[in-house]
Design a binder for this molecule. Sequence first.
Ligand code: E4P
Length: 217
Amino acid sequence: MKFFIDTAQVEEIKKALELGILDGVTTNPTLVSQTGRGFKEVITEICSLVPGPVSAEVVSLDAQGMIREARELASWAPNIVVKIPITEEGLKAIKVLSQEGIKVNTTLIFQPIQALMAAKAGARYVSPFVGRLDDISSNGLQLVADIVQIFKNYGFTTEVIVASIRNPMHVVEAAKMGAHIATIPYAVISKLVKHPLTDLGIKRFLEDWEKVPDKPF
Ligand code: E4P
């Protein structure tokens, strides 16, 4: 499973890179606004830091506007992936952009059929939003399972990015389902290796180490 970080904060991206597990980055207008920085400045800096795909979102609602913005975004760096919402206008844009070789991450997916439509139009990625469904008492992970199954049934190469992740179990369950990618906020990444028995085990080993005579270090 590939791990992306869901943030536009450069310091968080640097910390995730140091862990050696980072394969890419996703941003959205909300995440960029939280940095207080200019859109192009922050996206191009992220693209230069991370060798993998970096998603940046369009804001036009019509296909022509989306295509125009996507072409500009794609000119900023070779690893840009353009995020397009799943609408009828979005589908038209995905078709044109994928034929031009511009990679699209279709965002705001809440139904399996939306993912199938995006894949048929040529999207490179789809992003089902797990946490936002859980927030309204729906089953976000079931959405991921359904999309993975549908793509497998028909041999689509479109990759599933599990988005709107709220906790480590979202990542574990998505991995068991065979989702290709999880895009994870830094607060959740930092919980992924934590376990109280690991901390207790380290503490006990260090206490016992003190009893070992003639230590080399
Ligand atoms: C992913 O691409 C989205 O930007 C993100 O996961 C949305 O997460 P949220 O529901 O926590 O805002």
